[in-house]
Design a protein around this ligand. Structure first.
Ligand SMILES: O=C(CO)COP(=O)(O)O[C@H]1[C@H](O)[C@H](O)[C@@H](OP(=O)(O)O)[C@H](OP(=O)(O)O)[C@H]1O
Length: 258
């Protein structure tokens, strides 16, 4: 696997779409032991190498004192501080916890009191929208994920909106119209019964996120293999950061979706 990153290439690797035709196999482990880890567990993402060894990619944790769910993602397994060197991105939800936006580590254009000219404006890497499913009567949650499209060189376009958001208030953003809408997705049952991942302990949840158009092209396969261990296999056009952030949003307890 020539495409495996060396430690110093980690930042580039997690932001780069998976190589075409490759399924990048990862695992997420959740650490809920410890004082407040029950409510704010740590999530660790490891890449599964062919030789069985694991390569640490990123860690994630929900931030305290945030008005809405706000997960910080870091390249460092220990330092998940906002101003730490490992800070690579964040997942921010709306008040209801039904819509999430994934950012890289750039600056919020609305940052108060001002945004320095030299500060790189953050990229919006994904918008995740969960259909409200009050009281869970309609079975597993359906979600729509929109991500920036790819240019002719098969690179992700950069969406750094000053004000227009990838996920506009009225619906999908108008950010240059170059969006890859991953379609109305549901966690289809691949094997066995599925329960939305938000219900820990209720059997296996193996979901697959398939691209709306074209054949059943799975861009993200995600499922529980142990109480605190999940598989996360992703393919192009997703990068590891987008895939990990989508999974973190799925772990987030939602008011309107359970
Ligand atoms: O008041 C608060 C804590 O006392 C929390 O306020 P909250 O609305 O949740 O979050 C705001 C805080 O300034 C937070 O530090 C910012 O994240 P940053 O530190 O990553 O810049 C965040 O930027 P955003 O996430 O919207 O980009 C802001 O929206």
């Amino acid at each position: 696997t020539p495409w495996l990153p060396r430690p110093e290439e980690l930042e580039g690797f997690v932001l780069r779409p998976a190589p075409p035709g490759v399924t990048v196999r990862c695992r997420i482990s959740r650490d809920r032991k410890g004082v407040d880890k029950g409510v704010f567990p740590f999530y660790y993402l490891h890449l599964e190498r062919d030789d069985g060894r694991k390569l640490f990619l990123m860690s994630g944790r929900k931030r305290k004192k945030s008005k809405t769910s706000n997960y910080l993602i870091s390249l460092d397994p220990i330092d998940l501080s906002r101003d730490g060197d490992g800070f690579i991105g964040k997942v921010r939800s709306n008040v209801l916890g039904t819509r999430f936006t994934v950012f890289d580590n750039g600056t919020n254009p609305d940052k108060k009191p001002f945004v320095p000219e030299t500060a790189p404006i953050r990229q919006e890497l994904a918008a995740i929208c969960y259909e409200t499913n009050v009281l869970g009567f309609r079975g597993p949650r359906k979600m729509t994920v929109i991500i920036p499209g790819m240019n002719t060189d098969n690179e992700r376009i950069s969406i750094r909106p000053k004000n227009v958001r990838l996920l506009g208030n009225t619906g999908w953003g108008t950010a240059g119209g170059k969006l890859a809408v991953l379609g109305n997705l549901s966690w289809d049952t691949a094997v066995g019964k599925i329960t939305a991942l938000g219900y820990p302990g209720h059997g296996t949840a193996v979901g697959k996120l398939t691209r709306a158009r074209g054949p059943q092209y799975i861009v993200l396969q995600f499922g529980r293999v142990a109480p605190d261990v999940f598989t996360m296999d992703y393919r192009a056009p997703l990068c590891a950061l987008q895939a990990f952030a989508i999974c973190l949003s799925s772990f987030d307890g939602k008011l309107a979706c359970e």
